[in-house]
Structures are given as structure tokens and as C-alpha cells.
Ligand binder design. Sequence first.
Ligand code: SAM
Length: 426
Amino acid sequence: MPVQTVKDPLIGTFIFFFSMSLSVISMQSCGRPAMGLRIALLSTHGKKLLHRRTLLHSTKFCSTWPSAQQTCTELDTDSGGKGLHKPVMLREVVHCLDLKPEQVFLDMTFGAGGHTRAVLNAAPGVTVYTLDRDPLAFQYAQQLSAEQLSSSNSRVYPVLGRFSEVVELLSRQGVQPGSLDAILLDAGCSSMQFDHPERGFSISRDGPLDMRMDGDRFPTMPDAADVVNALDQQALVSILSKYGEERYAKKIASAIVAARKIQPITRTQQLASIVAGAFSPSTLYARKDLLQRPAHVATKTFQALRIFVNDELHELHSGLQAAETLLRCGGRLCVITFHSLEDRLVKRFLHGLDVAAPACRSARQRGLQGRTIEDQDEEDEEDKEMATMSNTRWVCVPKKAKVPQEAELRENPRGRSAKLRAAVRL
Ligand SMILES: C[S@@+](CC[C@H](N)C(=O)[O-])C[C@H]1O[C@@H](n2cnc3c(N)ncnc32)[C@H](O)[C@@H]1O
């Protein structure tokens, strides 16, 4: 069934989504999956998905999302406060963006607006465009926009959408290519997404297995439950190993397939237990994060599903291309990443290298995968290699990525894997 002939919008969305995502899988594994496999996968599971979605539709969380108003009163209104996202490497970001009053800034990942607020404090009079794909973040940006209108000469223009849409969305607001002074892209998810169980990202707090950042804008877009219930074992192995760098991908995929024969997997804790069941008692508690704290064995599985569901690597690449289009010569780009797949893509993009080239990992580095979220050694090696290369479109300042200081990590352990890269558009 060729993609172009699909008439049902739901199945069309599903097919479009999976064909896009599978092309990232193939892009990253440096080979295209056979077209037959792709089409078989899509046509077999499109019908199952349609049926499953009809059954589950009434349990979708859209109406249960906290509104910005509720969240602001339930939680602390200070963006560094409990519950709202704490911005990572705030001082370093403001320093790298180096905005002056009257300049124009785009925050591509508004979240709870912590970085934007810091920019507004540092450069009063600045004009800010904010982007986020999450409608809750968009509500926060609208609130900030209203506050600025009444209290300062800075202006904030909120935009709802994805990185891949930003050039078009901004052009509708009159923003021309080559006109922005600075852009921030703080990749990944916000604490509001991770911490509200009904969003379906949380391992520790039970919720529907959703993980879509903009699911209420696109209710027919497949969620994480669709992925684990509909895809075949080999596709699950690919997703877990490419996006989670999970070395037990085969065991986990096999446990998922066995479990869903008994009943559909619809909850986050149900999936976390299924994944844990794939590990022997000796390996169950062996994983540690970068701060050497115990890490749940399902962390990489959740990361992989989240990246796949939101098409995050394609989106990140689109965001970088958009930044290249929108910044003026001499304009500054700051990118914060939270895992090695993202950081590697950013590094390679800024150095003008093929972002799809496969990573070379030594046996020792592969051995480290089960222990840490990122493989520090490999990244240091790549940094050294890239420091010797140059690109005509960007100059990285500084050359190496910055990481948060220990004092910041004591306050905000969630920043433990953050890396900040800054570059000037030539
Ligand atoms: C780490 S949070 C940003 C936090 C923010 N800097 C702050 O200070 O609160 C990442 C945000 O980027 C948004 N996001 C992720 N991918 C996106 C995409 N492709 N397009 C637009 N927004 C995206 C998420 O919805 C989330 O709100």
C-alpha cells in the first residue's frame, strides 16, 4: 500500500509518522530498511491502531491536562520553584546569547519560560518570539506576553508549533530569514511534561502511556501505547537500540510482545514492570545515572519511546536548519542537549558534517552503556576530532560544550546530562 494512496486520515497520519520515524532509524543505522518491511509494518498495524484507538479514546487525557492557570496556582509561579521547569545553565545561556536591548531573540523551546525571563531581565527592551509545540507552554508564554505588555517595553510574541514549522510560522508574523540576533534551543522535555503523570512520560508515577508533547493538538497522532502494542518485535528492537542505546533491546522487546498478548499495555508503570521483568535480579539494580544514583532499568526504554513518538531527532535537525535560516550573520545560537544522540547531531551539524553518519563505539564504550545515560568517553573523543575541522557557516564559541557546575547540579539534578553548545552564524 503506497503511502500516497492512503485515504483514511488516521491511518494516513500513522503511516506518515512511522515512515518519517523509520527513516530516522534507517538514517542513523546507515542503511535504508527494505521498502517491503516498512510497508508491511505500516499496513498490518494501521488497522490494529484504528481499533485500539477507538477503544482507548475515552480514556485519553486531553481534558485532564492542567491548564496554565491551574498549574501556576497549584505549583510555584517562580520558574525555579517546585513543579515548574527549572532552567538549566541559566547564567551561561544569557552570557552566550549576549543580547542587547532592542535586539530580536527567538526562544524555540519556551517551556515554563525560565530562560526567556532571564533574557528579558538582562536585556530590557528586547523583542522575543517564543515557540513551543506544547499548548501548555504556549499558555505560559501568553501569560508572560500579557505581563510584559503592561509592565515593560519588551515585547513577547508567543507561537505554538514545532521546530519544523518555525520558519513558516514566523514569516506569517513578518519575521524575515536572516533577521534574528539570537536563538535558544533547549532540547527535550520540560519538568511539566515529565512530572505530570497524565502526560505519560513518568516511570515512577503511573499514567496513561502517552508521551506526546502535543497530543491534544494532534489527537490522532500515535502515542507510546500505540507503538508498544502495534509494532512488531524487530521494529521495537530497532527503536530501543537506536533511540535508547539499550543493549538489552532484544530481551525487552520480547518481554513487551509476550506481555501484550495477555493484555494491551496502556499504563506507564505497567510498561516499567514489563521491562524490569526482562532483567535478571543481579542486573535489575545495577544501573546508575551520571551522578551515580540508581537508575530505573526502564529509563532507556522510556527515552527511546519518547524520542520515537515525538520524532525528536528529525525535529532537532529541522530546528538547527531553521536557526541557520533565521539568524543574521553574527547572530548567536545556543543549544542545550540532554543525551548523546542529540549532542552528537548538534555537534555534527555545527561542523557541517553528515548528521546521519553512524557513531563508532569501542567495545569498552559499548560496555559502559548499561551503566550511564551518556557515554562521556566517546563524546570527548569526538570533540577532539571535531575541534580540528572547520565549517563555513558556524563558528563554535567556545569550541567545546559547557556542562553545568556542581553547585547547579546539587540544586537541579535534572541538569546532570546537559551540554550547552554555542555558535555564531557566519
Ligand atoms: C527542556 S524544555 C525547555 C525549558 C525552557 N527552556 C524553560 O526555561 O522553561 C523543552 C521544551 O521544548 C519543547 N519542544 C520539544 N521539542 C519541540 C519541537 N520539535 N518543537 C517545538 N517545541 C519543542 C517541549 O514541549 C518543552 O516545553
